[in-house]
Design a protein around this ligand. Structure first.
Ligand code: FEO
Ligand code: CA
Ligand code: CA
Length: 633
């Protein structure tokens, strides 16, 4: 998306480490890929020719075409696009004339993170399941037939209804996936669906509002970006840039430290919900702001269940929550806070996962320990505990309770000495090596006085981003120390500026965002180059946003998919057999600045419906091999 809400809100001088140890480019490269990678910088073709490729497909060239391109032998179809009915609702209207009530029964806008849950629960089916998809945000110029003006209460409601999550039943019929309609399991969660607040912040005065004086029930989930999935078959949807939904807050000088640190807007919001829904008027209802920015757990198998906002995992611009198990069975969630100079976090549950009793796991995320990561210059790392009474988090510092620690997790991590990173996005855990990978999408404020270059964020004006990885001590995700290095510095190997060439062993890319490692250990990397940067300036040779496959062992990287014009490629998962891969194509046709024009919404793209159609639509596609084989192998 256009990340005007990912800007720096971190005024601290938390470590950027050059003051402690200066790190040479050579050290960084050795940390990233070892001596072979350093050699590779001088002779890419030679080195690649020596190593047997992990992949059986040929790279897709960079593309500026308005379509999805895949390697030879692969095919794709749309599973569902914005406005399609999830079950028995109104069909897609190409003029976007659907009402708020229609939209609440249709797939939401701007598809993002996703997950395939086999049906029935526990079956491991690769032919029938529930597809959960996040809808990150809305473009008002596309959403409403006449654009945002004149704004009405119904338009605000429709915008809220196009947010949230879609859970849709799908089945493989021959070689095509179809949405099952009607389905008793299909469900929409929107910007106004009731959700329960749980964990340390539930009921705290900072989350009480005029419509919820007890501070335990929130309406809606917003800006649902990436995700996680638990071993007990629930979906975690993560609230990222929630501040953009609030308007008319106090002037910055009159705000609390917590409001400023989370970027509470003083001006009107671009969607202007606050004009018709007082919850979003931050001057009148300031605590509503504290009820977003959480990880939300949804049971996709029970459409009557109430989603839970687990406040123990901390409040920030949550990209995702990648779940793995500690050696003793406790549950660990890795999380990025996607804004410039923010932190990487993890949460370790107090209690262990119970494979024999599904319901017993639903409260696991309500008790445990939250940590923020410190990346030391010598390749070691520490998880700094964010617990009241620890690491300076006491009443005198503004943390009188754990509720305040989690509501103001950014402030707590500042104080605990976490390392400011280049916009932490998705996290992936390698199923065999247990290495953990996290994308740093980019950070043009790196290299300033407050955000000096450091070992883990080694490039000033980091326009291309990089991927950091670490190994927990003892290979145990519950460990409090780790060793880290840099997997890849993204870039364009033809850039005239050596620092922008990166060290990718294979195809050029930038702004890595989506990240997932499949069962065989293939690292799937998705890019979110902002639409203002696509195919221009440093990104002139990079093409449209894409997905690549990388070999974690060798660094070999091949472009697997290119998306249509103006889109972001985000969200990836396969069926258990690895033969159907789901990927979201978000905001095709988004202009380089501002919203789509309601007068000519298809000016840039008419994907996926094609010529003669008047507006592009975000969608989830499914990729198959024409020979029915496993994707990417
Ligand atoms: Fe929603 Fe950080 O991408
Ligand atoms: Ca993202
Ligand atoms: Ca992004």
């Amino acid at each position: 998306m256009e990340h005007d809400d990912d800007l720096d809100c971190n005024p601290t001088d938390n470590p950027t480490l050059t003051a402690i140890a200066s790190v040479s480019r050579r050290q960084v490269l050795q940390g990233a890929l070892g001596a072979a990678a350093v050699a590779f910088i001088g002779g890419p073709k030679q080195l690649l020719a020596q190593a047997a490729s992990r992949f059986s497909f040929a790279s897709v060239p960079a593309s500026q075409e308005d379509r999805v391109l895949l390697p030879e032998g692969y095919t794709h179809q749309v599973v569902h696009a914005w406005g399609d009915p999830i079950s028995g609702g109104r069909a897609w209207d190409p003029w976007a004339a659907q009402t708020a009530a229609d939209q609440a029964e249709q797939v939401g806008m701007h598809h993002d993170g996703l997950y395939f849950f086999p049906l029935p629960l526990g079956s491991g089916s690769s032919t029938r399941g529930l597809l959960a998809v996040n809808h990150e945000y809305t473009s008002e110029g596309l959403l409403h037939q006449t654009g945002i003006d004149p704004l009405s209460a119904d338009k605000v409601l429709k915008s809220q209804a196009a947010h949230g999550v879609s859970i849709v039943e799908i089945a493989l019929s021959g070689d095509r996936w179809e949405v099952v309609r009607p389905s008793s399991l299909a469900r929409r969660l929107t910007g106004y669906s009731p959700m329960r607040l749980a964990g340390p912040a539930a009921g705290h005065p900072l989350v009480r509002t005029s419509s919820d004086p007890g501070g335990t029930v929130v309406r809606g989930t917003l800006n649902n970006c990436a995700m996680g999935a638990t071993p007990w078959g629930t979906y975690l949807t993560c609230e990222e840039n929630f501040n953009q939904y609030f308007g008319s807050g106090p002037a910055s000088a009159a705000q609390t430290a917590g409001q400023r640190r989370y970027g509470l807007p003083s001006a009107a919001s671009s969607r202007r919900w606050e004009e018709h829904d007082g919850r979003f008027h931050a001057g009148r209802e300031p605590n509503e702001f504290n009820r977003f920015g959480w990880v939300v757990e949804i049971d996709p198998y029970d459409p009557s269940s109430t989603p839970v906002k687990h406040t123990a995992l901390g409040r920030f611009a949550h990209e995702g929550a990648t779940v793995t198990l500690a050696r003793d069975g406790r549950v660990v969630a890795y999380m990025g806070d996607d804004a410039q100079n923010e932190y990487v976090y993890k949460f370790v549950t107090r209690d262990a996962y119970n494979p024999a009793n599904r319901a017993a796991n639903f409260a696991l995320f309500d008790a445990g320990t939250l940590y923020a990561a410190r990346f030391n210059a010598d390749g070691t790392g520490e998880w700094r505990e964010l617990a009241q009474g620890v690491n300076g988090l006491d009443a005198a510092a503004g943390f009188a309770s754990q509720a305040e620690v989690v509501i103001y997790a950014r402030l707590a991590a500042d104080r605990a000495g976490a390392t400011k990173m280049d916009r932490p996005e998705w996290v992936a855990v390698h199923p065999q090596t247990r290495e953990v990978y996290v994308t740093m999408t980019n950070n043009t404020t790196r290299g300033t006085a407050l955000n000096t270059v450091d070992a883990a964020n080694p490039r000033a004006n980091n326009v291309f981003g990089h991927i950091v990885r670490w190994t927990e001590t003892g290979g145990d995700p519950a460990a409090t120390t780790f060793r880290w290095n840099i997997f890849a510095l993204a870039g364009d190997r033809t850039n005239s500026d050596a620092a922008k060439r990166g060290n990718i062993r294979g195809d050029s890319y930038g702004s890595p965002d989506g990240l997932w490692i499949d069962d065989r250990g293939i690292l799937w990397i998705q890019t979110d180059i902002s639409t203002g940067s696509l195919n221009t300036g440093d990104y002139a040779n990079i093409g449209n946003n894409m997905m690549l496959a990388a070999d974690p062992a060798t660094g070999e990287t091949r472009r697997f998919l290119t998306g249509p014009r103006g889109c972001e490629v985000t969200g990836v998962h396969t069926t258990p057999d690895g033969r159907s891969m789901f990927v979201s194509i978000q905001h095709p046709g988004e202009p380089g600045s501002g919203d789509n024009s309601s007068a000519s919404p298809a000016a840039i793209s008419n994907w996926p419906d094609g010529p003669g159609i008047n507006r592009p639509r975000s969608a989830t596609i499914v990729i198959r091999r024409t020979d029915g084989g496993v994707i990417g192998g």
